[in-house]
Design a protein around this ligand. Structure first.
Ligand code: ZN
Length: 290
């Protein structure tokens, strides 16, 4: 099995593209090489009150979440090449102590989002560290595996997507040797990267290498930016952090490249990690021989 065969963050629920089915999403997973597939949806789309102006594919309730999960699992026999797991995505607004037992029972693992307030580096780091600690305690209490989703998404948004790209970022020279000092990475990502890695290692909470974040960085057209993302993952790894692969794909419309996301196998190549080097897979019951 290769890294691109493992996608632990694949949306196919409330946000499905109009006119598509769960079955279409599973078929797309098969033809794009996915084998271990963590099916997710935002838990808030079931737990928060419905918006009156919106229509939902599933009832916004635990019953709706159950219906989505059952629909996925009932399709499993039709997709024998897929190892399906169900993994709700919990936003930082979800109090982890209040996740209902029923949700714990129906889930194989959890995808825990992190976001930083775009404050000072100290504030952003503290918020991320606190989230990792919360997730560590949640895993200990519930026995359910979990990982931190897209640790660098807020950084990518801040640097490239939601604000103007600053001149010093545009001027970054390519550095194929990835020889960035930790301070440079901290400045760019607005996070103490080494501290995040050390906290992740200390609490045994893996960090996701997220396809959507990689895609955003790649679309900056700045090699130095992507190389900094690689270098940041190397620094996390030096601190002992464990990684999981996830595309975070929401849709595809059968046209790869328009809206699809990929499992960032390139970053794993830089890290020197293969599918056999992912302890998280054993925690979710994927046999090592798969
Ligand atoms: Zn997601």
């Amino acid at each position: 099995m290769h890294i691109h065969n493992v996608d632990l963050h694949y949306h196919a629920g409330q946000e499905r593209e109009p006119g598509t089915t769960v079955s279409d999403y599973l078929e797309h997973a098969v033809v794009t090489g996915r084998r271990v597939l963590g099916i997710t949806d935002h838990y808030g789309l079931y737990a928060d009150p419905p918006r009156p102006d919106k229509q939902y594919l599933y009832e916004r309730s635990l019953r709706g979440l159950r219906a989505y999960r059952d629909e996925v699992m009932d399709l499993a026999p039709a997709f024998p090449s897929l190892m399906l797991r169900f993994a709700p995505e919990l936003s930082p607004r979800v109090a982890l102590d209040e996740v209902p037992d029923e949700v714990l029972a129906m889930s194989d693992y959890f995808i825990c989002e992190t976001a930083f307030p775009a404050g000072s580096i100290a504030e952003n780091t503290a918020a991320t560290v606190q989230r990792i600690e919360q997730v560590g305690r949640f895993v200990e209490r519930t026995g359910k595996p979990a990982f931190i989703a897209h640790p660098f998404r807020s950084s990518a948004n801040y640097r490239l997507v939601k604000r103007d790209i600053e001149p010093w970022v545009s001027a970054l020279a390519p550095r194929p040797a990835l020889d960035f000092a930790p301070e440079e990475l901290t400045r760019f990502f607005l996070l103490d990267v080494a501290e995040i890695g050390a906290t992740s290692a200390a609490y045994g909470v893996p960090l996701e290498v997220n396809g959507n974040t990689h895609y955003r960085m790649l679309c900056s057209n700045l090699p130095g930016v992507l190389q900094m993302l690689y270098a940041a993952h190397c620094l996390l790894q030096e601190q002992g952090a464990e990684f999981v692969p996830g595309s975070d794909q929401h849709g595809f419309r059968r046209s790869v490249g328009r809206v699809g996301s990929y499992v960032p196998f390139d970053c794993f190549q830089v890290l020197g990690l293969g599918a056999g080097d992912l302890p998280f897979l054993q925690r979710i019951g994927v046999p090592q021989t798969a």
